[in-house]
Design a binder for this molecule. Structure first.
Ligand SMILES: [Zn+2]
Length: 223
């Protein structure tokens, strides 16, 4: 029996985030949605391959991130002068044009945070899969959960689409291979996020030994 299932059988308690109703969870077979008995909110979802699928998509996203940063996102052609623009070129142009703050924001939201999110997800999933928990596992998992909302590659792609429409009247604007790779990163990140279950990782982390763990802390005191 897996350790997380054992931990649940020992008496895992889970509180509904909406109505605070406490539930005692037994082992759940995948695929299955566990819902709150009071309000019907989904407490957690058991999926098939809960670690392998998001890990595969996160790794694919990381691999695609390299050509997305190296190859041109867009190519401008104006009166025979051709300019290739990679992902960070836009950041540089914004800083050069007097908008360093906006440039920094673009750098963080479209490069740094998505990359850190994918790296964090790969790391914690791999650790959990191998059942090896280094000292920074909890911090990395917490950081990965926080980074989820800060990656905005979709906004960047939308801005590229608008530039194609607007600048297409003045110059020839062509999508580069980097743009397709960036689209791939976005799809992989979305699919990895869909299967990424931090609750499961916390439970597995808590059940890593009998000495300490989140589930042990949640055990009701014997009266
Ligand atoms: Zn509820």
């Amino acid at each position: 029996m897996p350790k997380d299932a054992m931990a649940q059988k020992r008496g895992g308690w889970i509180a509904c985030p909406d109505c605070d109703t406490l539930h005692q969870c037994g082992p759940v077979k995948a695929p299955h949605d566990v819902k709150c008995a009071n309000c019907g909110r989904t407490l957690f979802t058991r999926t098939e391959n809960p670690l392998d699928r998001p890990l595969a998509f996160a790794l694919a996203g990381l691999v695609l991130f390299i050509p997305a940063n190296l190859y041109p996102i867009v190519t401008f052609s104006f009166h025979g002068v051709k300019t290739d623009n990679v992902l960070v070129t836009g950041v540089y142009r914004l800083a050069e044009g007097g908008f360093p703050g906006v440039g920094l924001l673009v750098l963080l939201a479209s490069v740094l945070f998505p990359a850190l999110y994918l790296m964090g997800m790969t790391y914690v999933l791999l650790c959990s899969r191998l059942r090896q928990y280094p000292g920074d596992f909890a911090l990395t998992l917490r950081m990965t959960q926080g980074l989820n909302r800060w990656g905005m590659i979709d906004v960047y792609l939308l801005a590229c689409l608008i530039s194609f429409i607007k600048l297409g009247q003045l110059a020839t604007v062509l999508p580069g291979p980097g743009l397709y790779c960036l689209g791939g990163v976005l799809v992989c990140t979305l699919l990895a996020s869909l299967g990424f279950d931090p609750d499961l990782l916390w439970r597995r982390f808590g059940a890593r030994s009998d000495k300490a763990g989140s589930w042990n802390l949640l055990k009701p005191k014997a009266s």
